[in-house]
Ligand binder design. Structure first.
Ligand code: DUC
Ligand code: ZN
Ligand code: ZN
Length: 472
């Protein structure tokens, strides 16, 4: 008797890619998709997926794991717990950030971040860089060399004292992106406006978590988005605006596109499923759980985001998982105290709930096609950051990163999740689906009820030139 043709065959799947939906068997050899077709030969292992939707594993292109913070604050998830949660929520590739501290070399930040990931990751990972100190050595030597070595994207901040760049520095860094073909991601909020508003609020005694949203109104995001676009136009380079929260930023991006500029945009679950009211309608400290930047807006802005997801305004849907415990001195209560909003760590967890929320409220609620869901959550992020077609699609030769969906209604609780955070902002939300199986390079990492742990199985991915960028 001859040996089975495949290590694993997924039978009669309803395969969904960014462009097509079709029924097929998926034959897997050595962690890659070897054949797609009807009536494939036998595999050593067989899984019946009859009638069930199978999508490419999610690519979460914006998440923060074990990113160094100023003490006492510390992120709740490292590469172990963060990628465990990713796998259980159907995400098989993550791209967190190797963040340069001011005064630190970029290489040292990358080396430190590799150290944090090594032996811990359950799914594959790449790194974005965060450039906070663009010295001549960084601009002329480190950044070009790192781009050539597979770190082909970096984030620029327009706010936060320890990270922000001024306009001249942004122009310098964007010039490197242009010259070396990297993707520049921009956090667009006007730092001086935020500081001015924060001081006024503090002087009036308005320091409860809900005032975080008052200190960061849409105007500050709109202005910075416009300025980022202008700076990119001056340098003649594409940019990607991250975590876009609502109408005014969307209008700036539509304006840029209408003028022929290549401006990509990302949004996140919090701008579809939360509003500023989740930061509190009174001065309760519980609102700290939803403090993130930019803050969630209101129902009409949520609709603008849904529209942008459907009409092509957005390229990428990421979690912006930035995990801090609520009831812990290293989390939302720094030092164990209820603090003024300026001191509450910015960010919320969402790496595990990103796909199920959008599948439930987008695809199954009839707001979004299945193919667009795949494009936004997997294919486009892989293309934007140089990982496609190895990641982000179901095709012969691609890694066998697959999600088999279970369509069933249930109420989400934090106890069901696998991150190390003590809450989810989506507690009590009714969901209509969850991954029933996650395969990462052909291995079952989540079977619908049990996480199949093997820390260190996740591999570091060197990124190619982003295929969404023009070749120079
Ligand atoms: N920006 C992010 O990208 N993530 C968390 C907080 C922030 O301001
Ligand atoms: Zn940001
Ligand atoms: Zn972020």
């Amino acid at each position: 008797m001859s040996a089975p043709a495949f290590d694993l065959v997924l039978r009669r799947a309803r395969v969904a890619t960014a462009s097509d939906t079709f029924e097929a068997d998926i034959g897997i050899v050595d962690g890659r998709i070897a054949q797609l077709g009807v009536g494939l030969a036998e595999g050593r292992r067989e899984i019946d997926a009859a009638g069930r939707v199978v999508t490419p594993g999610g690519v979460d292109a914006h998440c923060h794991l074990d990113q160094p913070m100023a003490p006492p604050v510390r992120m709740a998830d490292d590469f172990d717990t963060g990628t465990r949660a990713a796998a259980c929520g159907g995400t098989t590739t993550v791209i967190p950030f190797a963040a340069q501290e001011k005064g630190q070399s970029l290489r040292a930040a990358v080396a430190d971040y590799h150290h944090r990931a090594e032996g811990k990751a359950h799914v594959d990972y790449a790194f974005h860089l965060i450039v906070s100190d663009p010295t001549p050595a960084v601009l002329n030597e480190e950044l070009p060399a790192l781009i050539a070595e597979g770190y082909t994207s970096f984030k620029i901040y327009m706010t936060y004292d320890d990270l922000k760049l001024d306009d001249g520095q942004i122009l310098d860094v964007l010039s490197v992106a242009r010259q070396h073909g990297a993707m520049a991601m921009i956090h667009a909020e006007n730092a001086d406006c935020i500081e001015w508003l924060t001081k006024k609020l503090e002087a009036a005694g308005r320091t409860a978590p809900r005032f975080h949203a008052h200190a960061r109104p849409m105007l500050v995001e709109r202005e910075a988005t416009h300025r980022a676009i202008a700076l990119a136009e001056l340098v003649d380079v594409p940019i990607l605006i991250v975590h876009v929260s609502g109408r005014e930023a969307v209008e700036q991006i539509r304006w840029a596109r209408a003028h022929g500029l290549k401006v990509f945009a990302e949004t996140c679950p919090q701008y579809l499923f939360l509003t500023a009211a989740d930061l509190g309608i009174d001065d309760s400290y519980l609102g700290a759980k939803c403090v993130c930047s930019p803050p969630p807006r209101d129902a009409s802005n949520q609709q603008v985001i849904w529209d942008g997801l459907n009409d092509g305004l957005f390229t990428v849907f990421s979690s912006d998982h930035a995990p801090f415990k609520y009831d812990a001195p290293e989390g939302k209560k720094p030092g164990g105290e209820e603090v003024a909003f300026r001191h509450i760590p910015n960010g919320i967890p969402g790496i595990e709930t990103r796909l199920p929320l959008l599948y439930s409220e987008g695809v199954l609620a009839g707001r979004m096609t299945l193919n667009r869901f795949v494009e936004l959550t997997s294919t486009n992020p892989a293309k934007a950051y140089g990982l496609h077609p190895r990641k982000g699609t179901i095709a012969v030769g691609s890694d066998a990163d697959l999600v088999v969906w279970d369509e069933r209604e249930f109420v989400l609780t934090n106890a069901q999740l696998h991150h190390a955070v003590d809450y989810t902002p989506y507690e009590g939300q009714t969901l209509r689906a969850w991954p029933g199986l996650t395969l990462a390079r052909g291995e079952v990492v989540w079977d619908g009820s049990t996480f199949q742990a093997r820390a260190g199985r996740g591999r570091f991915l060197r990124c190619d030139a982003p295929s969404l960028l023009p070749r120079r």
